[in-house]
Design a protein around this ligand. Sequence first.
Ligand code: AP5
Length: 218
Amino acid sequence: MRVVFLGAPGVGKGTQADRIAAQFKVLKISTGDLLREAVRNQTKLGLEAKGYMDQGKLVPDSVVIGLVRDKLADPSCSKGFVLDGFPRTVPQAESLGQVLATARTPLHRVVNFQVPRMDVVRRLSGRRSCPKCQATFHVDFAPSKKGDACDRCGERLVQRSDDKPEAIETRLKVYEEQTAPLIRHYQQQRLLSDLDASGPVESVFEALFGVLAPYHAV
Ligand code: AP5
C-alpha cells in the first residue's frame, strides 16, 4: 500500500499515520519527524532547516525531496509506505510522481484530512511531545497518564516551538498558499479521497481504515 496523507497542520495526519503503519505493516515516512531528528542531531541539514521550521515556513524543496528520495530507495519501503507531510508543494508532488513512476510503484491513494480551522488551532496549541521517544499527546484530547511526563518513557513533555500562536498562523497560511493546490493536483489524477477528520481519534481511524482497506497487501 502506497499512500499520501494530505491536510493542514494539526488535522491528525501523524496520529493516524502511526496507527495505519502499524495496522497495515508499512513504513511511516514523516518529513516533519525526519527534519526534527536532523535538528536534534545538529546535522548540516538540521541546522539549515531549523530556522524555517521555528517560523512555520516550509523547508526548501531541494532539501526535503532529497530526504524522501533516500527513504523511498530503502528496502524497508518495499511493503509500502504512508507519506505524512510530503508532498507539500507542487514541485514536491511532481518529483514524487517521477520517482514512483521510474520505480513502477505508483501511489494507490491520497487522503485529504478535513478539520475546521478552529479545531485545528485547538489541537495544535494543546499538543505536547516527548523529546526522547517522540510520542505525541494533547492536554485535553489525549493527555499523558503521568501529567507533564511521557507515558512511555517518563521524559518531561514539551511544546513544539512551531506550536506557538504566531507560528501556527504562519503554518496555516503557508498551507493555504502552497499545499492546498495539491488537492486539485491529485483530484485530476483521480487519487484523492476526502476524509472528515473532525471526530475522535478512534472514529477517524475507522473511517480511514475503510478508505484504505482495498489497498491492503497491494
Ligand atoms: P510537520 O511535522 O509535518 O507538521 P504539520 O504538517 O504542520 O503537521 P503536524 O505534525 O503539526 O500535525 P498532524 O496533522 O500530524 O497532527 P497530529 O497527529 O500531530 O512539519 C513541521 C515543519 O517541518 C513544517 O512546518 C516545515 O517547516 C517542515 N516540513 C515538514 N515537511 C515538509 C515538506 N514536505 N516540505 C517543506 N517543509 C516541510 O495531531 C495534532 C494534535 O492533535 C496532537 O496533540 C494530537 O494528539 C491531537 N489529535 C490528533 N487527532 C485528533 C482527533 N481526532 N481529535 C482530537 N485531537 C486529535
